[in-house]
Design a protein around this ligand. Structure first.
Ligand code: ACO
Length: 326
């Protein structure tokens, strides 16, 4: 198997900002509650005419430029999202058309907030085996479209954005070292949208009104997240033959500052080694990790040879972690 790495990253966030002060006017909440319980201060909201594919496209153009390849060189596009433009065609096909990536296969991958890690694992195997050379993996979301802005338990948590990474062959000793992926379907009911699939296609189904919004059991998801973040990272590190002390940069899914802090405690990592952008963007689901990665690259926080750990968790329940040598 040949070594595979991330050779270019990109990101995009919509311009419109929804602050805690704005939310105070919409639901019974306060800036203080939101900051102390979550760490979030503001989030980005897509314009009415911006779809998930539009956000994905912008992040992809940046990632291709950073990788120094053209869209026509792409062999595959994977979009990970819980907010596709529509059930089908896949958002990946829509992005493929906009990029003019005419030689690329394209599909969407569903693993909620762990989607980007699942996407990386899938993409890297195509390249490692020699089937493909360049694969674009995108995490993109317009969560504002599936957020109930009358529910204070959830509406404070989510935002819109996109991150993208081009994967390709790299020099021996660099790139992706290991993956740890997992799922626990017994927790499927903890975090879900009931509408839009065969269970319930539309919001009004057999006279019963269903809500086309995110439902979340926050406390149970919190407990799961605290448990899984540290353990998934530890398992990926062990598979890579590395230890916690080797970590140069830790990039966790940006769901809640307290969840991130508990992972840092378990891994005995100082906050300086962690990428934290949830004060600015809140939780952008599948976009959160690639967005944070692209920002870390932009800010010069990664140098060649660094050990980087990415870890995500989300609906499914799902989780995933990967260790990279940058
Ligand atoms: N403002 C003010 N009060 C609020 C708000 C709000 N926005 N939201 C909830 N409350 C109230 C609750 O009603 C509750 O009141 P009660 O005690 O009278 O019932 C009280 O605050 C405490 O509620 P808890 O749920 O115990 O608050 P907690 O400290 O657990 O924080 C939170 C809630 C932030 C949702 C937390 O549970 C959490 O972050 N969970 C994980 C969420 C997550 O990560 N989800 C996504 C993962 S996957 C993905 O990214 C799609």
């Amino acid at each position: 198997l040949r070594p595979v790495g991330i050779i270019g990253t990109g990101k995009y966030v919509p311009e419109r900002i929804l602050s805690n002060a704005d939310l105070e006017k919409m639901v019974d909440t306060t800036d203080e509650w939101i900051v102390t319980r979550t760490g979030m201060k503001e989030r980005r909201i897509a314009a009415d005419d911006q779809m998930t594919s539009d956000l994905a496209y912008e992040a992809s153009v940046q990632a291709l430029t950073a990788a120094g390849i053209t869209a026509e060189q792409l062999d595959l596009i994977i979009v990970t999202t819980v907010t596709p433009d529509m059930p089908f065609p896949s958002t990946a096909c829509i992005v493929q058309e906009r990029l003019g990536a005419k030689h690329a296969a394209a599909f969407d991958l569903s693993a909620a907030c762990a989607g980007f890690i699942y996407g990386l694992a899938t993409a890297s195997n195509y390249i490692a085996t020699g089937m493909y050379k360049y694969v674009l993996v995108i995490g993109a979301e317009t969560l504002s479209r599936i957020t109930d802005y009358t529910d204070r338990n959830t509406c404070i948590l989510f935002g819109d954005g996109a991150g993208a990474a081009v994967l390709g062959p790299v020099e021996e000793g660099y790139g992706i070292q290991s993956f740890e992926l997992g799922a626990d379907g017994t927790g499927a009911e903890l975090l879900k949208i009931e509408v839009g699939g065969s269970r319930c296609l539309t919001a009004v189904d057999s006279s019963e009104e269903k809500r086309p919004f995110i439902y979340m059991n926050g406390r149970e998801v919190f407990k799961f997240a605290v448990r899984i973040m540290g353990s998934a990272a530890e398992q990926a590190l062990a598979k890579a033959g590395k230890s916690k002390e080797d970590i140069d940069l830790f990039i966790p899914h940006q769901a809640n500052m307290r969840i991130i802090q508990s992972a840092l405690e378990r891994l005995k990592l100082p906050e300086e080694k962690c990428v934290i952008n949830l004060p600015n963007y809140a939780n952008t689901s599948a976009a959160s990790i690639p967005l944070a990665l692209a920002e870390a690259v932009e800010q010069g926080r990664l140098k060649r040879g660094d050990t980087v750990v990415l870890v995500g968790f989300g609906g499914g329940l799902t989780w995933g972690s990967t260790v990279l040598t940058w």
